[in-house]
Design a protein around this ligand. Structure first.
Ligand SMILES: [Zn+2]
Length: 156
């Protein structure tokens, strides 16, 4: 674990502004280039590259954090299904070398076939960043606010 890494988008100082759920060591942010509505990323606050670098306590925090973030997203985007995906190392399609777990809420008939999310995800990770349609920083802040509002409804 190194902290922080220059030019790492997930170590950037403005990342907290686009986060909609935080625990001690992790945050979940909206994906700048979502493949479906609600597509988000669970990332560690410090720069870890690999799932294999976390302690057992951090691994359990990841899954407990993911469970809560998934519940917020399902509520905010009115979904029951979701996909989780982790790409480790370039050969597996990882584009940013800072651990990020994809959370993708799913709706019936949101894609031609339910399994089409995976090629879309790989395509979105590999396509040159200039060609990807990206949300602006202010659009991402708005999205984080939208999800946080849905979270308040859940906690009532
Ligand atoms: Zn980083």
């Amino acid at each position: 674990m190194k902290n922080p890494i220059p030019n790492c988008p997930f170590c950037a100082t403005d990342i907290a502004a686009i986060s909609f759920y935080e625990t001690e060591n992790f945050r979940t942010i909206y994906n700048r280039s979502p493949i479906l509505p609600g597509h988000s990323l669970l990332i560690p606050k410090r720069h870890f590259e690999s799932l294999l670098d976390f302690s057992d306590a951090e691994l359990s925090e990841i899954m407990i954090h993911a469970k809560q973030a998934i519940q917020l997203l399902l509520k905010a985007f009115n979904c029951k299904g979701f996909n989780l995906s982790l790409q480790e190392k370039e050969e597996a399609g990882q584009s940013v070398a800072h651990f990020h777990l994809h959370i993708i809420p799913r709706k019936e008939k949101d894609l031609h076939k339910p399994g089409d999310w995976y090629p879309k995800l790989i395509e979105s990770e590999l396509i040159d960043s200039e060609e990807r349609q990206k949300l602006s920083h202010s659009e991402m802040i708005k999205m984080a606010e939208f999800i946080k509002k849905a979270a308040k409804i859940i906690r009532k």
